[in-house]
Design a protein around this ligand. Sequence first.
Ligand SMILES: [Zn+2]
Length: 295
Amino acid sequence: MNLALFRAFPNEHLFSLLLRLYKLSGYGDFITFQKNVGIQDRFLHANKVFSSTAEKLITHLEDRDETIKAHSVVPLWQMSVGQIIDVEDTRLQLFNHMNEQQLFGFDTSWHSCKKCRQDDLVTYGTSYWHAKHQLPSVFECYKHHCTLDKGVEPVKNLFTEILPHQVVAWNPVLSRISGDLKCWQSFVWKIDAISHNQPSTVADIKHRLIELLGLNIQSLPKRKAICELHNPHFESALGPVLIKYIFRDYTRSTQRGKTNILSSMFANIHKAQGVRNPIYWVALAYWQRAKLGLN
Ligand SMILES: [Zn+2]
């Protein structure tokens, strides 16, 4: 099967396209179909962007730049990488993800919007998973501004072969939306928009934050001391509702020691492997948004 012959629907996530193509292909099982197009992936998570699967799908489609922007959440991840993920560069698979899905308060399964599902079924005869519904911590549809849904039985992995209209029952991703959370979401959308239009600006935020917080130093004990100093300010700037929504550790009654997000990012004795979820950097940028000129 030549993937280049098939088009993704507007803002369709690459993994949704892969799943639909398999369903159209007539192959008896998903993994055999994948092997036929040079892919072998049993873990199709919404925010898995660094993999040979994403790389192969992007390469298969015609316009690499357009594909990354319109059909993936890759642009936002430039914030964590701290460099532009160049459209000519085919190194997505060289980066690794940290194993941190369990660290967030917000839901990380595949999300969908009721109105989009209805519209897509009428227009295209099928529903599909939109890329912008999967931006981490975002809870409203980018088109309809209604609250996004998650499966009552959460769809974590598209290897289970489920498209949105096949989900039996839905729940809203959030039941109570406060002003704090709305303000946060607007900021995530703003950073995402910058990551599309001015990638060098978004890639630079990480380095500016490190400089701004005085963390551009070798000594681990000194970095730790700076983190201890800053962390209470970071926590109070975000406020209790937002910080619980972002980081699960703040929702636990018995915490594993004192939570210190800054130390976990900058003063971890065990050197963290892989690329951190961009939400960590978005949270720091949100705290420092006035100084970064991102208000
Ligand atoms: Zn929608």
